[in-house]
Ligand binder design. Structure first.
Ligand code: LMR
Length: 336
């Protein structure tokens, strides 16, 4: 019938779009990986003026790829133009820490970038725009963005820990020599940094004999408490060592997973990990963007409640909260 015209396009902004993660991410979005194969999209690509020419090259390639779902591409170095009417904002751009730079300097630059982008989003994005911060320090960048976009609901501002979540699933699958899709319900608590607390104590595996706990199947507390945790915490650094560049394809894929599940829902009986504005659940201080186990339904996330927290988890969860408080204090020291 005439109604076969289908859905209205969703406008998605990607900042830092000419960079490594952006280059991996935009074709995934344009192919429907993020929002589904029946959802047309319009991409708004933002990067800084020195990258303008490269950004235009990305736009040219997106056109050349002739994606059926891609209904338009805006490539710009103007943040107001980039934010115009966007329904989803993926914040990949930021100031990266390089060898020899101080944590302090990086934080001060990111505070000013995220403050400016927050104001532009607040003024020009669509009402109810969903925001995902990917750029490090992701949790604290998201917190600055939240504070400077007070009219965007706090629940709409999140940061990426799905990459760590997926790494945790993968680590368990490799250890048990099973497929990653048979593992579920790991948790990443806290910061997207090496203080994060990867928690497999509630994780399960689908076997032919039904669902079994990972603890029971691995039956090696030392592996679960030491190797597994440091594998996940150090995986980003291991990728940098191997590639001489940060993870990009896995980060892009995780960003798609994050938005996909947030918008379209988590599968029944399954949770994921997202950095969200803490409401004090599990004794995490309110006022931080902290990674929790969440389920999503009808475009809204909610923190999974009532999980039993053992002693090592408690200590790990508190340590990563402490680091986030320190980052927040440092970030706020650059604000008037
Ligand atoms: C990652 O987790 O791969 C990155 O956040 C690491 C980094 O510092 O870029």
């Amino acid at each position: 019938s005439c109604r076969a015209m289908g859905k209205q396009p969703v406008k998605i902004m990607v900042t830092g779009a000419a960079g490594q993660i952006g280059y991996a991410l935009v074709p995934m979005i344009a192919r429907g990986v993020m929002l589904g194969s029946d959802q047309p999209v319009i991409l708004h690509l933002l990067d800084i003026p020195p990258s303008a020419e490269a950004l235009n090259g990305v736009k040219m390639e997106l056109i050349d790829a002739a994606f059926p779902l891609l209904k338009g591409v805006v490539a710009t170095t103007n943040v107001e133009e980039a934010c115009g009417g966007v329904n989803i904002a993926i914040m990949v751009g930021g100031f990266r820490r390089k060898e020899g730079t101080e944590r302090k300097d990086v934080m001060s630059k990111n505070v000013s970038i995220y403050k400016a982008q927050a104001s532009a989003l607040e003024q020009y994005a669509a009402a109810n725009c969903k925001v995902l911060v990917v750029a490090n320090p992701a949790n604290t960048n998201a917190l600055i963005l939240k504070d400077f976009a007070p009219s965007i609901p706090a629940k709409n501002i999140t940061c990426l820990t799905r990459l760590d979540h997926n790494r945790a699933l993968g680590g368990i699958a490799q250890r048990l020599n099973i497929h990653v899709s048979d593992v579920k319900n790991v948790i990443i608590w806290g910061n997207h940094s090496s203080t994060q607390y990867p928690d497999a104590s509630h994780a399960t595996v689908i076997t032919q004999a039904g669902e079994k706990s990972v603890k029971e199947l691995i039956a090696d507390d030392k592996w679960l408490h030491d190797e597994f945790i440091s594998f996940v915490q150090q995986r980003g650094a291991a990728i940098i060592k191997a590639r001489k560049l940060s993870s990009a394809l896995s980060a892009a894929s995780a960003a798609c997973d994050h938005i996909h599940d947030w918008v379209l829902g988590t599968p029944k009986g399954t949770w994921t990990s997202m950095g969200v504005y803490s409401d004090g659940s599990y004794g995490v201080p309110p006022g931080l963007i902290y990674s929790f186990p969440v389920t999503c339904n009808k475009g809204e996330w909610s923190i999974v409640q009532g999980l039993r927290i053992d002693e090592p988890s408690r200590a790990g969860m508190d340590a990563t909260a402490k680091e986030l408080i320190e980052e927040k204090t440092l970030a706020y020291s650059f604000l008037d």
